[in-house]
Design a binder for this molecule. Structure first.
Ligand code: HMG
Ligand code: MG
Length: 286
């Protein structure tokens, strides 16, 4: 506290928009990213090089990365599930990439058509290629508390995947409450198990807000030493392969809560509010 920096990693242009049914023009996505680039973020996830059959909304990812006005000091990130995705991200000049796995088998199969073990084998060459190219690689772990297909997730299962992704060279691990139903005490128990497996400093919280507890889950995570949180402007989003899951916790709400708690985010609230209005208007136009 007392002005300690807590980073909000903006994921709205990817996690927020990927779930929108109406296909949004690249120009509109670019306008949103360009506005977000003036808010004070260090990292913004803007793209996803996945199969357009699986997630049609992300088919414009190369156009978005090619069209944005890049700000110095901001890393523009992209999801890359396999080598094909990695090559696409590199060609589009993503500043960093992310591999995304799951702590539950059911979600892994539904989301990326692979068992956890198979997915780790697919990620390994991506991580190696990223490291060789000096491109930072982040790791996501979904369903860290529960899974829409398998029910409750054991904290040890999360710790196991965290250990693997960290060993591959992921510089940060983003822990996803994909369904948005976790309780703070479940988040704390999960974090304690993961902290036994990897260093505290590599952890980030990625909480969807279906049950309205994401801000409380962030507070529980702050108490466990987490200092990076993913959020989506306007609270947009959900995951196409997590039925019923709502959007990420809203960036502007996380900024407000962190500020109330005495942390510094470095973000400009006026810009966040304008960007939230723009993001929500893109949804309402559908
Ligand atoms: P697959 O069917 O196992 O793979 O899909 P495949 O290699 O057999 O390829 C199938 C088709 O996809 C082929 O095309 C490939 O060419 C194509 P077809 O022959 O049918 O015309 N393909 C690709 N196209 C473009 N870019 C690529 C690519 N790779 C293959 N990189 C695959 C495996 C991973 C591709 C697929 O399952 C997929 O795209 N899944 C995406 C799922 C996704 O994006 N989900 C949302 C993001 S994750 C999330 O939101 C959670 C997170 O926010 C954290 C949290 O909240 O928990 C991160
Ligand atoms: Mg997510």
């Amino acid at each position: 506290m007392n002005g300690e920096f807590v980073e909000i990693f903006e994921v709205g242009p990817r996690d927020g928009l990927q779930n929108e049914k109406r296909l949004i023009d690249a120009a509109d996505k670019i306008a949103l990213v360009d506005l977000l680039s003036t808010a004070g973020f260090h990292r913004i996830e803007v793209a996803s090089f996945v199969s357009p059959k699986w997630v049609p909304q992300m088919a414009t990812s190369a156009d978005v990365l090619g069209g944005i006005t890049r700000s110095k000091g901001i890393s523009y990130a992209a999801l890359t599930p396999n080598m094909r995705g990695f090559d696409g991200a590199v060609a589009a000049k993503a500043d960093e990439v992310a591999i995304f796995g799951s702590a539950s088998e059911g979600f892994s199969k539904a989301n990326i058509n692979a068992s956890i073990e198979e997915s780790l084998e697919r990620f390994r060459p991506v991580a190696q290629a990223a490291i060789a190219a000096e491109i930072p690689v982040r790791g996501y772990i979904s369903c860290v508390v529960n899974c829409p297909y398998d029910g409750a997730t054991a904290p040890d299962a999360v710790a196991q995947v965290a250990r693997e992704l960290h060993a591959m060279g992921c510089y940060e691990l983003s822990l996803g409450d994909t369904t948005g139903h976790a309780y703070p005490e479940e988040i704390s128990a999960m974090l304690r198990a993961v902290r036994d497996a990897v260093p505290d400093a590599v952890l980030a919280g990625h909480y969807h807000d279906t049950s309205g507890r994401a801000l409380d889950n962030i507070e529980a995570s702050l108490n466990e030493g987490v200092r990076v949180f993913d959020a989506a402007i306007g609270g947009l989003g959900g995951c196409p392969y997590a039925p019923g899951a709502a959007g990420n916790v809203a960036t502007e709400a996380v900024h407000e809560r962190l500020t109330q708690l005495g942390y510094a985010t470095g973000l400009n609230a006026n810009v966040l509010n304008r960007a939230a209005a723009l993001a929500l208007s893109m949804r309402e136009e559908g």
